[in-house]
Design a protein around this ligand. Structure first.
Ligand code: DC
Length: 236
């Protein structure tokens, strides 16, 4: 018996490469589900920080990942419908975007038990009519059979600048040099860990976005998706 799984586009890359924005826009355009897998690692990190659990207590952190009570929801905000993330019924969307949370996420993401605990939860996002999944190991581990795999890169400096502007727009305080240092530390941890490191899948299309706007990247991935899904029978 063959099971027809819904189509998946994976967008992997380091923090600040634009994968979240582009992934979300494409999912919206296609009417597909969107998985922000980094948010799951951030939720585990946030939960551990909130409970004063040391980030190297692998057993306790894996337990948090196994029992994570999180929901991805939408609410009507000042600027229209916006996606929000609930942890034990509390809206933690803003907290999740802080650098502390990003750093905690990168640390807890090193543990295989934590990654295993989140694996099925991520795969459950694969529903009809399709899924756009963003993260670090979407194309290599979580959805190795994805129909289109994209890997975005950009220099650490430009990614730090993008993050800086993003935080400023949200009215959050930020220091460019601190963000750059965090990004470099996170890049190192994410690419050097022994389980599911940040690397492009063999069959991924690699795009350097250093000199591209978000609109350019969206357009490029859209073209790739159209040609790939056309070959596969059309993207409706
Ligand atoms: O994409 P992000 O910045 O929200 O991810 C936060 C951290 O979570 C990142 O530094 C590493 C980890 N992560 C991961 O290990 N695997 C993923 N698929 C997504 C994120």
């Amino acid at each position: 018996m063959t099971i027809d799984l819904s189509p998946v586009i994976t967008i992997d890359g380091p923090g600040g490469s634009g994968k979240g924005t582009v992934g979300q826009r494409l999912a919206w355009r296609f009417g597909w589900e969107f998985l922000d897998s980094g948010a799951l690692y951030r939720l585990v990190g946030l939960c551990a920080l909130g409970r004063d659990i040391k980030l190297d207590s692998v057993r306790e952190i894996a337990n948090i990942a196994r029992n994570l009570e999180a929901q991805f929801a939408v609410k009507e905000g000042d600027f229209g419908t916006e996606g929000i993330i609930l942890l034990e019924d509390q809206d933690v969307s803003s907290k999740l975007r802080t650098e502390d949370c990003a750093s905690a996420a990168s640390q807890v993401a090193q543990y295989d038990d934590v990654r295993q605990a989140l694996l099925e939860r991520q795969r459950a996002f694969r529903v009809e009519p399709g899924l756009v999944a963003d993260g670090r190991d979407m194309g290599t581990v979580v959805f190795p059979d994805a129909q289109l795999k994209v890997f975005l890169t950009a220099s650490a400096e430009i990614r730090a600048e993008r993050r800086f502007k993003q935080l400023k727009t949200k009215g959050m305080s930020a220091s460019l040099s601190a963000i750059l240092a965090d990004i470099q530390a996170r890049d190192y941890r994410d690419t050097h860990r022994s389980v599911s490191p940040l690397i492009p899948a063999d069959d991924a299309v690699i795009l350097d976005t250093t000199l591209m706007s978000v609109d350019d990247v969206e357009q490029k991935v859209l073209e790739l998706a159209k040609s790939r899904f056309l070959q596969l029978g059309g993207l409706s």
